[in-house]
Design a protein around this ligand. Structure first.
Ligand code: SF4
Length: 347
């Protein structure tokens, strides 16, 4: 049987094409969008504002397209990692992070990644394909906590700006009045900083931007993030200086701290110099050791010294709480493995 096309992941424009294709009136597109993204329909049969005949026509080639997680792993700290089908036989992961009133979902945008950052398990696997907007929206709609989500971060597997169109479509669905009507302030796109795509996302959306920095020195950054050789952080910063990050949205920089690599006073001073003039925040992130890597986490005391020095130098810096380390869900640890946690693992 031929596979049907999922309706989730389609923007209003895409749904208009669908209804035209099925010979339905254009206004049906908004009705379908409402059913998909507001009422969370799981089948076309639930779209009862459409005539029986219209639903039948839709069902010939389309389906809602929700796919539940293949597996889940629960951390002692409440974090939940979900496994979803990705591209081919490569699965992807999403991480649900409850934190008081906040409930954040970290979504994946690609199966694997081309960027090959030395500290990242996803980068280790190489690139296996881009997720569609349907795959991205499915991660949001299919988890049990979907309706209680307050925030979304594109910080899961893959480089979101390397898969721009589906990421933009997902943002449109999340923020449009005909879609989920979220404020863009609830969404953050985290990137290594692909210049052309970064410009597009800054100019066409109002989401928050987070840039992976990790070292203020080009040669050291290049050894952690090979992308530096083709697209330097200086070029990324020069681009970002053209935009308003005071009123419109938040700009942050991610800085994973590695023992003896980027964690001393010299790096701190240089980082403050590099970011001078930006209204931004630096998120200091504890490194989580990964197999076959010499990189080591630095101590919390060292991270606190680094944070305090940055704050003294006029750069707002915070230490991001590490979540889900026991289920390999923390920063840099996502690998798309199909491991279902057993009750005994949770001791
Ligand atoms: S850190 Fe991000 S950009 Fe780098 S390899 Fe991992 S997923 Fe890709």
């Amino acid at each position: 049987m031929e596979k049907k096309t999922p309706l989730i992941g389609l923007t209003l424009e895409g749904l208009r094409r669908v209804v035209t294709d099925c010979g339905l009136p254009l206004f049906a597109a908004k009705q379908i969008a409402r059913r998909l993204y507001v009422n969370r329909a799981t089948s076309i049969a639930e779209m009862t504002e459409l005539s029986k005949q219209a639903r039948k026509r839709l069902e010939e080639n389309y389906e809602v397209g929700l796919t539940p997680p293949l597996a889940e792993a629960r951390s002692n700290d409440g974090t939940v990692k979900y496994l979803f089908p990705g591209v081919g036989d490569r699965n992807v992961e999403s991480v649900y992070i409850p934190d008081g009133e906040r409930a954040t979902l970290c979504v994946s945008s690609q199966a694997g990644c081309k960027m090959n950052c030395s500290f990242c398990m996803t980068g280790r696997q190489g690139f296996h394909g881009n997720l569609s907007a349907a795959d991205i929206i499915n991660q949001i709609l299919s988890i049990p906590e979907s309706e209680s989500l307050t925030n979304l971060v594109f910080m899961g597997m893959g480089e979101p700006l390397d898969n721009l169109r589906p990421v933009l479509d997902a943002i449109e669905i999340l923020t449009a009045p005909w879609g989920m009507a979220w404020s863009p302030k609830r969404i953050t796109v985290s990137s290594i900083g692909k210049l052309r795509e970064l410009k597009t996302i800054v100019e066409t959306t109002k989401v928050h931007i987070a840039i992976s920095l990790h070292s203020p020195y080009p040669s050291e950054r290049a050894s952690l993030m090979p992308v530096e050789k083709g697209m330097s952080i200086k070029e990324v910063l020069a681009l970002l200086r053209n935009y308003d990050f005071v009123h419109q949205r938040r700009l942050s920089f991610e800085y994973i701290m590695f023992r003896g690599i980027n964690d001393d006073a010299r790096h701190c001073r240089e980082l403050a110099k590099l970011l001078r003039g930006f209204d931004c925040r630096v998120n200091l992130i504890r490194f989580h050791a990964i197999p076959d890597s010499d990189l080591q986490p630095c101590s919390m005391a060292q991270m606190e010294r680094f944070r305090d020095q940055l704050n003294e130098d006029g750069i707002t810096a915070t230490i991001r709480a590490s979540r889900g380390e026991d289920i390999m869900a923390a920063c840099g640890m996502l690998a798309g493995q199909q491991k279902q946690q057993q009750p005994d693992d949770r001791q």
